[in-house]
Design a binder for this molecule. Sequence first.
Ligand code: SF4
Length: 484
Amino acid sequence: MKTIDIDQAIVLLREKVKDFQVPIVDLVQAQTKEPWKVLVATILSARTNDLTTAAAVKKLFKRVTDVRQLADLSLVQLEKLIFPVGFYRNKAKFLKQLPGVLSDKFKGTIPDDIDSLVQLPGVGRKTANLVVAVAFGKPAICVDTHVHRIMNIWNYINTETPLETEMALRKKLPERHWTTINSILVAYGQSVCRPISPHCDHCIIQSLCPQRGVTPRKTKTRRKGSLHLMTWNVNGIRAVAKKGFVETLQELAPDIIGVQETKAQPDQLDDDLKNIPGYQSYWFSAERKGYAGVAVYSKLAPIAVTNGLGVEAFDVEGRTLTLEFETFYFVNCYYPNAQHELKRIKYKITFNDAIRRYCNRLKKIKTVVLCGDYNVAHKAIDLERPKANENNPGYSQPERDAMDTFIAAGYLDTFRLFNQDPGHYTWWSYRSQAREKDIGWRIDYFCVDKKSEARVLDAGICKEVMGSDHCPATMVLSNATVKA
Ligand code: SF4
């Protein structure tokens, strides 16, 4: 089996990932140039996504301006400041102990070598390597799971564990690549060379890669005369853009996609995001900046576009956008969240009534496709832990009843036409590694009016698509009209 041309691969990938999100630890270094902050950010980032780490780091560094101050805070204060990073209780303990160990062993300064760093609480080899490379710019190889995996796929090394990988790379990888290899392969491993079904068909180094042990993603052939529809709560269009939204859209290539929670006004967006080749985009944003909002990207030109429901209380929050096509309405909707202690339940139920009445009017004319984040798991089968979530927002009785009322009014949850099994989710909390453990909820739907059932050719969930706390849901619609 061939092995990869490492220099060529790294040059190509460095260029490819340069617009992807900067890992939080690199960001802290770029912004502060303070090794103790890089160390703390690295400890917090273990088993936690970058967005959560960034929020915790911001709160913590606002309160603590010198590493010694960590010892002055109580454990409860530290836990509150860093919550909800993964293992926040343990990490709070490590942070509290840190100033003492630094003072006892290293005269209060952050050491710049791996053997010393691993003596600090909460610091393993991966963290130590990252701190040496990022904070001190010294040669070190941080081996994230993506580095371990991809280096073996490339047949550049043949190892069983990340530690073996680190040792093998220290012997083989030219030193000029040591400090950057981690961030390049993490970015590429999260977006293209994914652990499950890597997107080899879109990979810029496919001709170089030996693909050892890889089962590339299968691309489905599409039925003629069908439309591939998609819905995705992106949890911030600007955030997901940094994680490869444009590339993901081009790979998945739906004919129409409704996105929710755009959290942006169109004038805040780069042209690249508004004008994706092959698509026209339509935006309906909340008046409040950085909040809610919906958009649709479509390959087909609509006959008409309608912003909102004509109800001011909902339209100021940018919750509904309708594209009318010749044979159907595509209604993209972001239902309100009932919120903690169901504080917004009244607003949400009123919204449910309004959108149902709106769809009822439209379905008298032609097929209605209502997609989006409904913010409710309809039945016990639609979430991993129904008992524990009784009466929590998203699974409270009034919200489930409202979904019952919608279905009873003559709509179909299309996913359930094709799949009756539990364990299919579209949203996972950022806390407690919920996505890794698949402790999720199915709250994103494609519904159609019952009369149009025969037009629904397929429905599914793209669990492997990353970039948001939701994944996309899909539906294939026959373009043939339904006989009245
Ligand atoms: S995506 Fe496929 S071709 Fe590209 S590096 Fe990964 S395994 Fe190799």
